[in-house]
Structures are given as structure tokens and as C-alpha cells.
Design a protein around this ligand. Structure first.
Ligand code: GDP
Ligand code: ZN
Length: 357
């Protein structure tokens, strides 16, 4: 057995691998996925367990300038600066350095679908991104807090704009689903969105939710207090996440988790969840106006039929979307969401999180 220290070849290899891995890497490296961390220390899940890893200095330098990942082109974010050279969800190769430690030597893949947010802890100045997400679960409560469907429409637009699969989870159904909500959910189902009704209190829907998480990397997105942490606990009890109590005095949910992390799900299909509990600001940028209509999937069949090719669907003569609306083929409230988002920001701002019931 060779007792070589950090092999000198590491310094001379190209540390960011090409997509076709050339198999020239040292086989003492382990492949893994970054589950959480930031600012230089990352937890990486490998076949042999979790390793607390630093990054090889040279790799860090290569990654810090300037980040040109395609994900950043797909979503315009003029003001966002990425501080961490690697992100939760990145697939990496790690050199084990004894015990449960290691050094990240190489980034194998940075998947598309970057999801960037402002760190909820003001003053810490960190903006982290979660790459590799391929599914968004929009979580709302049946009541307490009552569901904020305009925010849901925003989430769905953000997901569509990034080609993420989007599902709707209505939690706390043990508190009852009112008829108006049933009706609205039927609209979303008819558009094609899967709606899962869950209750952490009585366990219903949890297995169904687990089923849709299998084999994917999902982000749970929703206002505070809807039960995201509780759902994660129900899915993976050993995580022992702290479930927030809604403060009686301000009625504002407390951030239960800081820093995004990926939670590996046990079970036959595996899958990962990006825990984004407590997010107040999403720095997802705006959807180009020309694409907003496309982000409403039920509009798509009509988009080719408007008289004007650059129709805004707000007032133009010969607009096929307006015609479909008049004929009752499109839902008026969804169309209203479209109008509100048109020309405005799709970003979910502080006031939109529905914290104050
Ligand atoms: P988060 O802010 O979205 O992570 O929400 P939490 O998981 O912290 O839950 C907020 C509150 O809702 C807590 O008091 C939970 O006990 C409660 N809660 C969560 N899920 C359910 C549920 O399915 N039914 C009921 N009745 N309460 C729930
Ligand atoms: Zn039109």
C-alpha cells in the first residue's frame, strides 16, 4: 500500500473535469454529492458515508472566477453574486483524508436548474445556490395559514421558467379543506399539476409525497408555518429538524433552518430534498415578458393563434388567449395572476409570504 501523501498529480490535473470523465483520476477519490455547508466546509455524501470536506485551493480559485454555468444564463440575476464556489447538489470527487474528513478535488457535474436565494440571516451576506434541483413542490396549508394562491401562481411560473417539474402539496388537511379550495385545486389539476393532500398530524398523503420525491432532487417552497419542516420530519424522522412554533405575539414563523441543504431520502427510490424552509427572498430573477405566457401551461395551446406575434394577451384585438378566456376555456383567476405578473416582478417578496394571516 502506498503511503503517498496528497499525490502531486492532483496539482497538475485539470481539476474541473470535462463532461466525459476521462477516467484518469486517482481511484482513491470518492464520488459524492454536496448535501450542505458553505463558506469553505461542505458535507459530502459518498458511498462510504458522510465526509466533512474543504476544497482544494486551486479548485476554489478556478471556480470563483467568473461563474459561467449555463444555469446562470437561463435565469437572469443581475445582482446576484455567488460567494460559494460550489453549491449544494453539486457532484464532486473527494480525497478522503482520514476519519470523516476529505478534500473536494474536482467538480463532476453542476446540474441545471439553479435555485438561488438570499440567505435569510441578514448581515451574513451569503447567497447560496442549490443546483441540480429538478422538481419544485409548492407547499401551502389548507388553513392556518390559509393558502395564498397568487403566491402559488408565482411559484409555478418560476418553476416553469426553469423547466422544473412542479407539484402542489396542500398540508394540514386534517384541519379541513374548504369547498372554495377544493374548487381551486381542481383548476390546477385540470391544468396538469399534481396536487397532493397531506397531513403531518394524521399521516395521510405522506407516502404519496414520498413516492413523487423518489429519484429526483426536489425543493419544498412555501410560506413559513405551512408545515415544510414537519413534512421533512415525517419523511425522514431521524433528521430531527426543529419544527418551528408560530410565535403568538407576531404570528410570524421562525426560520427553522438556516442555510440550504440537501436531505437524502432513504427508501428504494432515494431522492433528495433541498430544505429551503424559512426562505424569505428568492433571487430567481424575472421571467422575460415574452416567456411569461408560456409559463402558464394552459395558455400554450392558444399562443400560436393570436393575431399579433408579440401579443401581450392583455388587450390586443385578435388575441386567442382573451378569446379563450371569454369562452370560459381559461380560468379567470389564473389569467388575473398572469396580468399581475406581467410587467412586474415574479420574485416572491417579503410581503407575499403570507406570514400574517
Ligand atoms: P414551516 O415553517 O413550513 O417549516 O412549518 P412547520 O413545520 O414549522 O409547522 C408550522 C406549524 O404547523 C407547527 O406548529 C406544526 O406543528 C404545525 N403543523 C405542521 N403540519 C401540520 C399538519 O399536517 N396539521 C396540523 N394541524 N398542524 C401542522
Ligand atoms: Zn394574445
Amino acid at each position: 500500500m502506498s503511503a503517498k501523501h496528497a499525490a502531486p498529480s492532483f496539482d497538475s490535473t485539470n481539476l474541473i473535469s470535462n463532461n466525459d470523465s476521462s477516467h484518469t483520476y486517482d481511484d482513491s477519490l470518492l464520488e459524492g454529492i454536496i448535501l450542505d455547508g458553505g463558506r469553505g466546509i461542505y458535507r459530502v455524501e459518498t458511498a462510504t458515508g458522510l465526509l466533512n470536506c474543504t476544497i482544494r485551493g486551486r479548485l476554489r480559485k478556478q471556480l470563483e472566477y467568473p461563474i459561467s454555468a449555463s444555469a446562470h444564463k437561463r435565469v437572469k440575476k443581475a445582482t446576484v453574486k455567488v460567494h460559494d464556489p460550489v453549491a449544494v447538489g453539486d457532484k464532486v470527487r473527494v480525497l478522503p483524508t482520514g476519519g470523516n474528513t476529505g478534500v473536494i478535488e474536482e467538480v463532476i457535474a453542476r446540474a441545471n436548474g439553479a435555485f438561488t436565494r438570499l440567505d435569510p440571516q441578514k448581515g451574513q451576506g451569503s447567497i447560496r445556490s442549490v443546483s441540480g434541483i429538478d422538481q419544485m413542490i409548492a407547499v401551502f396549508a389548507a388553513r392556518a395559514p390559509s393558502p395564498h394562491l397568487r403566491l402559488l401562481d408565482r411559484f409555478l411560473v418560476l418553476a416553469e421558467a426553469q423547466n422544473l417539474a412542479a407539484l402542489i402539496c396542500i398540508n394540514k388537511v386534517d384541519l379541513g379543506v374548504e369547498p372554495w379550495l377544493e374548487e381551486r385545486l381542481e383548476v390546477y389539476r385540470s391544468i396538469g399539476y399534481e396536487v397532493i393532500l397531506t397531513s403531518v398530524a394524521d399521516g395521510q398523503g405522506i407516502e404519496e409525497l414520498r413516492g413523487v420525491l423518489g429519484g429526483r432532487t426536489s425543493a419544498l417552497l412555501g410560506p413559513s408555518g405551512v408545515g415544510k419542516s414537519s413534512l421533512l420530519n415525517a419523511l425522514e424522522p431521524e433528521l430531527g429538524l426543529r419544527v418551528s412554533a408560530v410565535s403568538a405575539s407576531t404570528n410570524k414563523g421562525r426560520h427553522t433552518t438556516t442555510g440550504t441543504r440537501l436531505v437524502a431520502l432513504q427508501g428504494s427510490d432515494g431522492g433528495y430534498i433541498a430544505d429551503t424552509a424559512g426562505i424569505r427572498a428568492l433571487a430567481l430573477g424575472n421571467v422575460a415578458e415574452g416567456r411569461l405566457d408560456w409559463c402558464f401551461p394552459e395558455f400554450r395551446p392558444y399562443l400560436q393563434s393570436c393575431r399579433l406575434s408579440d401579443c401581450s394577451h392583455l388587450r390586443e384585438p385578435g388575441c386567442a388567449v382573451l378569446a379563450a378566456l371569454t369562452e370560459g376555456k381559461l380560468d379567470a383567476e389564473r389569467y388575473d395572476s398572469y396580468c399581475r405578473l406581467y410587467g412586474g416582478s415574479v420574485e416572491a417578496g417579503e410581503e407575499d409570504w403570507g406570514d400574517t394571516e
